[in-house]
Design a protein around this ligand. Sequence first.
Ligand code: ZN
Length: 160
Amino acid sequence: MLRVGLGVDVHAFAPPEAGRRLILGGVDVPHERGLAGHSDADVLAHAVTDALLGAAGLEDIGHYFPDTDPRWKDADSIELLREVRRVVGEEWSVANVDAVLICERPKVRDYRDEMRRNLAGALGVEVGQVSVRGTTSERLGFTGRGEGIAAQAVCLISKV
Ligand SMILES: [Zn+2]
């Protein structure tokens, strides 16, 4: 039995004075601004988490980690993904994840492999089962204007 899930997430950049770090796929990416959010605002990890939850037919990420709960303030989203993998259960195995980060800057190429390792580690799969790519929106829209970062992911799971 196979099931596929789609995850989509968007976070706005916080103003520089907010002093937020930019965390993408569990990697602290050097950049002049970080993303705004209750947790570490890891837009990539959130999209992957929602893709996994969707594949399993569960509620969305906000149901498990509401942004009104102080427990998840500045939470490490890779750890939230690890927790969701546990919730999904051992009867499902993760076949693969494909994720895309949409932003003009920063360029994700140099950090992609580390992001893949972090996501794969949380999911308990091999690095080769997780792909992360970056793309721009050709300077169009909010990602093109550098107002935020969007991420999309699909996750395929199978039950033996
Ligand atoms: Zn998010």
